[in-house]
Design a protein around this ligand. Sequence first.
Ligand SMILES: O=C(O)c1cc(=O)[nH]c(=O)n1[C@@H]1O[C@H](COP(=O)(O)O)[C@@H](O)[C@H]1O
Length: 236
Amino acid sequence: MSHKTRLIAALDTQSIQQANNWAHQLSRHVDALKLGLEFTYACGFEAVKEFSQKHPLFLDLKLHDIPNTVAGGLSSLGQIHPKLLTIHASGGRAMIERAREALEIAYPNSSERPILLAVTVLTSMDENALHEIGVVGSVDDQVLRLGKMAISSGADGLVCSSKEITLLRQALGHKPTLVVPGIRPAGSASDDQKRIMTPTDAARAGADWIVVGRPITRSENPTAAARAIQDELQSA
Ligand SMILES: O=C(O)c1cc(=O)[nH]c(=O)n1[C@@H]1O[C@H](COP(=O)(O)O)[C@@H](O)[C@H]1O
């Protein structure tokens, strides 16, 4: 298959030293490194900024607030230059539009602007969890509804599970960047993830990027785990 699926390692840790250790072991074997809420709250934005100067960064803050607050947050990112950034699609059209505008102002050079990703339905949720929060209908329906709205509001791409890639491609074509967590190599624990797939199946479905955390970082040999996933992606 000609489509290349790239690998992001999720460095979920509260320790700068641990993140740096993993980055040292993984940076030659992955295409980007993700820092999220855990690292940012524990270590602060200075540490995120330093990290972003050394590595291609996916900054996963999953913003979800009123439009003005999200726009203010994004325009305060300042010297941090992540390749990818997340907001929640369920924040709605006005929030996504303002997020896009804020990024265009903060990063006037479009080649430096982070790829704005809208998270559709978290991969830790299944249909029961959706029903509990009042969403009637299937996960597919909700991902599609949020995905279409987010892209038409200015998001560059979506975070979804592998199970929805085909549906989203049919509706939105190949332009939106699809970033897919909930990846589990065959035989590994699903942990709190509900909608999971192997790296091979995600690549075959057409993911642009896959996000893998614990199967790499909790492995006895994170470098070998990442290389095995890259091998899977190459031969998918
Ligand atoms: O936005 C994300 O990256 C994300 C969205 C989602 O729906 N599900 C999801 O797991 N993630 C992130 O992807 C990573 C997955 O980690 P593991 O389950 O350890 O592979 C975590 O850092 C999550 O925060």
